[in-house]
Design a binder for this molecule. Structure first.
Ligand SMILES: [Zn+2]
Length: 276
């Protein structure tokens, strides 16, 4: 499936549970920098359910210190035991670990290897805490390297690989960028399933939800809404920190509980934003 479209839109996934339509950012009005490829990533990350999907803010600030990415030796200090298969184009064998999106010898874009996880694509350790600046910079670099303009003279086969890799890089970026989806992805890598539709049974949380909903409904001006927003953000940060601690101790029950709280506060923030 080819993902590139030579048009003015970038599809970046679905938003909210009110619609399943793709969201398009027009490059004419959005801050999407002109160097970014016109991509069509096909589908939202499975980890981003409609209720916690988000739009990746693609800013126009270029990172100066771009890393040397899509080569076999790219990810440094990764403890992964992934092995690369040989290059379909030149036959050379890839590294014993790494993202291997492109061959280190001939530069040919390789087919998607689903055993390479999202953290490896970005050369990051599997940790909750990440440097957002690194994520942005590496994302932009990948996009440049997989840009349709760079592969337009290649075979249909390689163009197809580049399109699939681009879609996967976008999925990876969106999943890792958002704290909640990053948390859920980390749990998934640990084979821990989180029931995202589980109903809230904690009476304290239920009471808090009702109070917050009332406060939002009764807010008379934007100032009051900003105040509620600020409180909710603090709570989200606090549960995000709790997740970090629980996950680092491998206390997965607590970690799952934290993601449920985070989801609730993210939804609350979405509701507040709608009213602002
Ligand atoms: Zn090769």
């Amino acid at each position: 499936m080819l993902a590139f479209e030579d048009n003015q839109n970038i599809c970046i996934g679905t938003i909210e549970n009110t619609s399943s339509s793709p969201v398009y950012l027009s490059s004419g009005t959005s801050p999407v920098p002109p160097h970014l490829p016109r991509l069509h990533p096909l589908k939202p990350s499975p980890l981003l359910s409609p209720s916690n999907s988000f739009l990746p803010p693609i800013d126009s600030q270029l990172r100066n210190n771009l890393l040397d990415l899509p080569r076999c030796g790219f990810p440094r200090n990764l403890s992964s035991s992934n092995s690369c298969s040989s290059c379909w184009n030149c036959g050379s064998v890839g590294p014993t670990s790494g993202a291997f999106l492109a061959c280190g010898s001939c530069g040919a874009v390789q087919p998607v290897d689903s055993s390479v996880d999202y953290f490896q694509i970005f050369g990051m350790k599997k940790m909750y805490e990440i440097e957002e600046g690194d994520l942005e910079g590496i994302y932009k670099d990948w996009q440049k390297k997989l840009h349709p303009d760079l592969v337009h003279s290649k075979s249909e086969k390689e163009k197809g690989f580049a399109a699939e890799q681009s879609a996967r890089v976008i999925d990876a970026y969106r999943t890792l960028k958002n704290p909640l989806s990053r948390a859920l992805y980390l749990l998934k890598l640990e084979q821990i399933h989180v029931d995202e539709e589980k109903t809230v049974s904690d009476p304290d949380l239920l009471m808090e939800m009702m109070e917050m909903r009332e406060a939002v409904e009764e807010a008379k001006d934007t100032q009051s809404l900003y105040e509620i927003q600020s409180k909710v953000k603090k709570k989200l940060d606090s549960w995000s920190n709790s997740f970090k601690e629980a996950f680092s101790k491998q206390d997965f029950d607590s970690a799952v509980n934290c993601t449920q709280r985070m989801k609730y506060y993210e939804r609350a923030l979405e509701e507040i934003t709608k009213k602002l």
